[in-house]
Design a protein around this ligand. Sequence first.
Ligand SMILES: [Ca+2]
Length: 490
Amino acid sequence: MVYPLSRSVLVRWLTLVVTWAAIAPVAIAKGPAEPRPNILLILADNWRSPNAGILGDPLAITPAFDRVAREGVLFTHTFNPVPSCSPTRACLLTGRYAHQLGERASLWSAFPKDTPVVTEVLRQAGYQVGYAGKPWGPGNFEVSGWKENPVGPKFADFASFHRQRDKSNPYFFWLGNTDTATRGGKHPYLEIARQKLDASKLTVPPELPDCPEVRLDLLNYYGGIIAMDEQAGQAIALLEKAGELDDTVVVYCSDNGWQMPRGLANCYDAGSRVPLAIRWGKKLQAGRKVDAFVNLAELGPTFLQLAGQVPPREMTFRGLAELLMGKDDGQARDCVFIERERHADVRRDHQSYPIRAVRTKDFLYIRNLRPDRWPAGDPDVLFLAGRPYGDVDTTAVKDVLIARQADPAFQPFIKLIFSKRPAEELYDLQKDPHQLTNVASEPAYDERKAALRAKVEQWMKSTGDPRVDPTDDTFDRFPYYGQPPKAKSP
Ligand SMILES: [Ca+2]
């Protein structure tokens, strides 16, 4: 005999099922047939797109990156969530937007234990985790109670991790390279660059002055790319020799754009657009190019998906596995949101310089939420090595810019790099790919600007951004664990 369920019982039962499905932390689609892959993340530091051979840069020698792209999937529109090291790394580790991460939205922050961390979820799922080089940072994780970096245990290099690994379980390894980061105006990679590159092919992008100092900085950067890619190539060769390459997901990218002026700490492409390629043996269609927009913060949840885990509900991003495997055509991915809060401690009262931005195929729209502040840092706050404008890192070209501030030939660059900016910026990328001419005040763009402004506001509201309240300056008050400014100029 069948007992008909009353409507209320049915509703309660359905509610229970739906609730369980929503809160179940890990619903593993595991079967005995599919072994879980190893994952190797090769994460560069301050390497911008398109500085790779396969991306069309004649000066970038990147055989390892090109191979990963050629034998896997190349993502052509990848952007950082924040143009700053530790915030982007925190987003990647938590699958959340920076403004959902409290103090982690800023550089040199703490790392509260208040939300699931991808590498911890992987460890709970049986993965062995390790890193070499630069992990999450710079910042202070100890103050939040961590005994080791939130990424996991440290190893001397990938080879020593690989030797010591427990072969009965899959692993996740984070290889954090820093060869493409600047070295305080020094040029340790000039020799390798001069040996291997034709410096006459160097082109200086239009946002920087074409002077000997910038050419030295850039040549050194390209030398750093060679060193970075050699390390990546060694890791890939190790996997190949061990017969594990095709069973390993190799993800090769950078945490943010380059460290030249108007790059790092800026939402322009120079600071925010990065190379990304992923290889996974025969699981991926070799040589596929994906033009859909990708946010680096999606990588963490993607690692969980590839490990057979459902990203915890706290993660805003759900992962790119479908896009990677060719099951999602990417049509809905038509933009990416970029933001920043405090980078270095370079304004009075530890102020941030908050930006919220959206990048589409044809436009970059930027909201400078405190346009009364200096984007590069206060002119009278002297930061590292006694230089002002501390959100522009020390390079030879920065010193030239400061030394020649009064030179009319340098004025356009000074304005682009150090000057205050209006509340809204809009760049028409078909006409202005280098994002030099702000058209936000041109009436012809009113409609477009309003639509993009609404898009940013909707994103802020739907993701719980404290900056929705125009008076909120919570981000100014979080502790800064880096070196404080040395002095104020008289
Ligand atoms: Ca970085």
